[in-house]
Design a protein around this ligand. Structure first.
Ligand code: FAD
Length: 365
């Protein structure tokens, strides 16, 4: 793993700020990283992945998250697509799609719609059977990495349940409309996806049958949540490094900023945030790797704690750097904008709290 961390550090170099300003990641870099299996490193080796445990994949995701939130977001989407194929697809579908996802093709996952954000049960995208084909109609919103994607995993209503369908981005009837001005993760390739009578072979439906929508959503989002949680740990580590270096190096009132107790208090707060987020993520990944029954709640907890800590920690880091960090492209400015979005996606703060409350209420005496 150490070699992989160094390799991705070298590939990103000092370019993350420029990618943030231009709103684009280099496509050749994404294809290269994809072809080395680096964008979905949990995929087993038999499918061309690295077969990393959740703990090791988390460490890797945090590292990338500290370098570039947009690249980490693309990784999360790729990993979520691969996870959905593994969990819902047949053995043949895994054998068909996973080597493509570890071989350089890029993927994104679309749930959200104009009328179905937090309330995914309100989704209206339809998948219907027509002879040997299926036909997909709908409108997906804010799909991370869709601008770069070759394959789109689209969730829609199917018969009396729901289905996840693998849709080639260049299939007739697919239109990908880039969101050019997101608040954060600006180079993550967010896009709206319109699907207008998209006709595909029937075996494009993962698993080939209707599933309860809640099961399908929970399955796919589980990977997204743990990946975002670890990405937030990376944001906090980057903020801690930037804030401590700045506070140790710059003097005001005749001594280093860190010598002023209110500034030292900010550093303690960022360190605490990083430690708390790291521990909940390690706990969640341990539960994943053990296949423990409480892995779902551990994952929601990790996502919620890490996102809130990252949003707060990044704001504190900007405060410590003040004007030195107050420009687009600076690591703490990026972290501030990127972290805020982590409180919205893969289950907003409010939705996570509702899930955690439900869990608390359902616990045995
Ligand atoms: P709304 O659902 O309208 O919610 C607005 C506010 O009300 C939120 O604070 C919410 O928490 C709160 N709220 C809503 N219902 C309740 C309730 N019952 N109780 C308490 N509070 C409530 N979607 C995809 O499908 N794929 C992606 O890859 C993807 N990537 C994204 C990346 C980014 C950067 C962003 C911003 C969004 C992305 N989304 C993606 C969409 C994302 O999943 C939704 O934005 C999210 O689910 C919230 O939906 P909404 O924005 O419509 O907010």
């Amino acid at each position: 793993l150490a070699g992989a961390l160094t390799a991705v550090t070298l590939r990103v170099g000092d370019l993350a700020g420029e990618w943030d300003r231009t709103g684009l990641l280099p496509l050749d870099l994404l294809h290269e990283l994809g072809a080395e299996g680096r964008l979905c490193a949990e995929v087993p080796e038999e499918y061309g992945g690295w077969g990393l445990s959740s703990m090791h994949n988390g460490t890797y995701t945090a590292h990338v998250g500290g370098l570039c939130g947009s690249l980490r977001s693309v990784m999360t989407s790729q990993g979520m697509a691969a996870w959905t194929v593994r969990r819902l697809g047949t053995a043949e579908q895994s054998a068909g799609y996973l080597p493509r996802l570890t071989g350089g093709e890029l993927a994104a996952v679309g749930f959200s719609e104009p009328g179905a954000g937090s309330d995914l049960a309100a989704m209206t995208t339809t998948v219907r059977r027509d002879g040997d084909s299926i036909v997909v109609d709908g409108h997906k919103k804010w799909v991370t990495a869709a601008h770069y994607a070759d394959l789109l995993v689209i969730v829609g209503r199917y018969e009396d349940g729901a289905a996840a369908v693998v849709v080639p981005a260049d299939a007739p009837g697919v239109r990908v409309e880039r969101i050019t001005d997101p608040l954060g993760c600006r180079a993550a390739g967010h896009a709206d996806v319109r699907l207008d009578g998209v006709r595909l072979p029937a075996d494009s439906v993962l698993g080939g049958y209707a599933l309860p929508l809640s099961l399908l959503v929970t399955t796919a989002l589980a990977y997204g949540r743990i990946s975002v949680a670890w990405g937030c740990v990376g944001i906090l580590r980057a903020c801690l490094a930037a804030a401590t270096a700045h506070a140790a190096g710059r003097e005001q009132f005749g001594e280093p900023l860190a010598g002023h107790q209110l500034v030292a208090g900010h550093l303690a707060d960022i360190f605490t945030a990083e430690q708390v987020a790291s521990r909940v993520c390690e706990h969640a990944s341990r539960r994943w790797d053990e296949g423990a029954p409480d892995q779902v709640v551990a994952t929601v907890l990790a996502k919620h704690v890490s996102a809130t800590q990252a949003a707060r920690g990044a704001a504190t880091a900007v405060q410590v750097l003040a004007s030195a960090g107050a420009r687009d492209g600076h690591p703490v400015a990026r972290a501030y904008r990127d972290a805020k979005l982590m409180e919205i996606i893969e289950g907003s703060n409010e939705l996570c709290r509702l899930m955690l409350a439900q869990h608390a209420l359902s616990r045995p005496e």
